[in-house]
Design a protein. Structure first.
Length: 434
């Protein structure tokens, strides 16, 4: 594990902004004219269902609803009654799944029927969307996962008889934490940690670090009041790759994921247990900084827009996490030699997505961290938060990004972008940002 705390915390930001390896891969795809292949059947990517089953399929929707409710109620008998006993392996796999989920506190588990197709009068294939929430956590159902089931008609109604996701949708279903083993839950004041037996020490540490980070989060982000943040602890990066394929090609142990566009949908934190245990042993205090950073992303997801300067997002997360800036940016400014990226580059929405070296990434975070530290010390928590919200409100505004940034800074801080940048440079050169 890299002993440099800064680089690890930087790399652990939300999936939409991080990971140098992804940026390089994306650039290569564009350069070679490659495109991402589509699954054989792309109906799974159709607009979300209205929630009303297709005509004549209400009986199938009722089976799917009962399946989800049985998981919420922990009713194994009811759950088993929905399965086709003649399906053999599928029936046993589903019962094993139920047992793995006994401790998981679902508040809702919703399966919505999108469409059905009939292979014979006694068998249907159902395309569905699956989403769930946890008790005490965010109440809005997250963006759903797509799947497909086989159902057979018995004398007393429809029964689930198989998983048809791969054959029907042209892509396998992404794995869930419980696909790798039974799930245990530990609840703290601010985190709901889901983990496999054997990771109890990691879960306890996460609870402690979350409790320690939350007061500073509330101080820096005025009005913050979050429900329990779900934290999924995987045993390894291999498991994470199966659950979130392609999302993190360069991995440093933890990341925040946005679960939807609304505050009610919130987000989740993904943890690699093996790297988490190495964190504090290699660099004392690293895990607390990382958890504070990721909790900040969860708290600020609702206030980020498509034109929010990424230096503000990442710098704010590092500030809450307690990350300290170091000397390289001061040395760059002192030298008088031009360098990239500049702070101007980092207010562009793609500012963190065009960093083609580790040195550039390190410098970008130095600039972000010192810029937010300057904001906080000169203007305070409320003004910094107001700046974040103002960019979100202007996300749909057209025009040049430079003009938008200058206008928002003038409106919120009473300072032009040029004056702010000059103040930031003086702040860094004085040594205040280190």
């Amino acid at each position: 594990m890299n002993p440099d705390v800064r680089s690890h915390i930087r790399a652990s930001g939300p999936a939409s902004k991080i990971l140098l390896a992804i940026f390089l891969a994306a650039a290569l795809l564009l350069a070679t004219g490659c495109t991402i292949s589509r699954p054989a059947n792309i109906d799974w990517a159709a607009p979300a269902s209205t929630g009303n089953p297709p005509p004549g399929d209400s009986a199938i929707q009722q089976v799917l609803t009962s399946y989800g409710q049985a998981l919420v109620d922990k009713d194994r008998n009811r759950f088993a009654s929905l399965l086709d006993p003649a399906s053999g392996a599928f029936d046993q796999q589903q019962l094993n799944l139920f047992d793995k989920l006994k401790a998981v506190p679902f508040s809702r588990y919703q399966i919505t029927l999108d469409s059905t197709s009939q292979s014979n009068p006694a068998q249907e294939t159902a395309k569905v969307r699956i989403s769930y929430t946890f008790s005490g956590s965010f109440t809005g159902l997250p963006e759903p996962a797509r799947a497909a089931f086989l159902l057979v008609r018995e004398k007393d109604g429809w029964r689930l008889s198989g998983d048809a996701t791969l054959n029907t949708l042209g892509k396998p279903r992404d794995a869930e934490l419980w696909d790798f083993g039974p799930v245990t839950v530990m609840k703290g004041a601010h985190l709901l940690v889901l983990y496999h037996p054997g990771n109890e020490a990691t879960a306890r540490q996460l609870i402690q670090e979350g409790d320690a980070a939350y007061p500073r989060l509330q101080q820096v982000i005025p009005g913050t009041s979050l429900p329990l943040i779900p934290v999924k602890v995987f045993d390894s990066k291999q498991q994470i790759d199966q659950a979130y394929p392609g999302e993190w090609q360069e991995w440093t142990g933890g990341a925040a994921r946005k679960l939807g566009s609304t505050a009610a949908q919130g987000g989740e934190i993904i943890i690699d247990a093996a790297l988490y245990q190495e964190g504090n042993s290699d660099t004392p205090g690293y895990n607390r900084k990382m958890i504070g950073h990721e909790m900040t992303h969860i708290a600020t997801f609702p206030y980020q827009g498509s034109r929010t300067p990424p230096f503000l997002v990442e710098g704010l997360a590092d500030y809450v996490g307690g990350q300290k800036a170091s000397a390289p940016i001061r040395e760059k400014l002192n030298s008088g030699v031009s360098f990239n990226p500049t702070l101007d580059d980092l207010y562009q929405p793609s500012g963190f997505q065009v960093l083609l070296s580790n040195a550039a990434a390190d410098l970008a975070y130095e600039e972000a961290d010192t810029a937010v530290l300057y904001l906080e010390q000169k203007y305070g928590n409320q003004k910094t938060f107001d700046l974040l919200r103002a960019f979100q409100k202007n996300s749909l505004q057209g025009g040049d990004q430079a003009k938008l940034v200058d206008g928002v800074f003038r409106d919120v801080l009473g300072s032009s972008w040029a004056d702010f940048k000059k103040g930031w440079e003086d702040f860094v050169l004085s040594g205040s940002g280190a």
